[in-house]
Design a protein around this ligand. Structure first.
Ligand code: GDP
Length: 205
């Protein structure tokens, strides 16, 4: 079984001081609110209600950590891009996410959800710029791909790859749908391979 399918809730942290001690390779999930991030985590973990979406901005200010058996951890970052977030809340979001991305030594990869119908919004680009100095691979999942025709899917995939390359933000990019299951196995295999490559050698090797 994939380690992602062994995910168990560990803890929530509303500030950097509350982060659990670093232990094993960690994958972070990010994306604007309502992009389908919780649905994606649940689809990847093959669970119904592991990750919860927070509909209200006030409840989104925490990072949820999950254990992936002994293979590592998953960190579900709060959604960004609420239109009407007060300045103070935005500042605390910045401190939380900035603190996580720049300070987490065990971070090995970031999964970034973008809506396949309109990827690379200003907020998505802002997040990617923030991530630029963080030296970890990125996997962009173009979410809700079931809402596009086959031709539109191919077009958005190619256009997103091109735009990221041109911005020197080269990332792995794939189509994804929690509803149809498109891309779920592919994404899971990618994350498994990141985790496996970072695993400390077995005792005796
Ligand atoms: P989050 O705020 O990023 O965690 O987003 P959610 O996972 O809660 O999803 C937001 C909304 O999009 C919900 O109404 C979901 O039912 C819907 N949604 C999520 N994933 C998909 C998908 O793959 N296809 C479609 N059509 N809708 C989706």
């Amino acid at each position: 079984m994939s380690p992602i399918q062994q995910a168990r809730f560990l803890t929530s942290a509303a500030s950097v001081q509350d982060f659990p001690a670093e232990a094993g390779p960690e994958l972070a999930f990010a994306g604007r609110s309502n992009v389908g991030k919780s649905s994606a985590i649940n689809a990847l973990a093959a669970r119904k209600r592991l990750a919860f979406s927070s509909k209200t901005p006030g409840r989104t200010q925490q990072i949820n950590f999950f254990d992936l058996g002994d293979a590592g951890r998953l960190a579900d970052l709060p959604g960004y891009g609420y239109a009407s977030v007060p300045q103070a809340l935005r500042a605390s979001w910045d401190a939380l996410i900035g603190g996580y991305l720049t300070g987490r030594a065990t971070l090995i990869g970031v999964v970034l959800l973008m809506d396949a119908r309109h990827p690379l919004t200003e907020n998505d680009r802002g997040f990617l710029e923030w991530l630029r100095p963080v030296n970890v691979p990125r996997l962009v999942l173009l979410s809700k791909a079931d809402k596009l025709s086959r031709a539109e899917r191919a077009k958005t995939l190619a256009a997103t790859r091109d735009a990221l390359d041109q911005a020197a933000l080269t990332s792995l990019v794939q189509l994804f749908s929690s509803s149809s299951g498109e891309g779920v196995e592919e994404a899971r295999a990618q994350l498994d391979s990141w985790l496996a490559n970072k695993k400390p050698p077995e005792k005796g090797n």
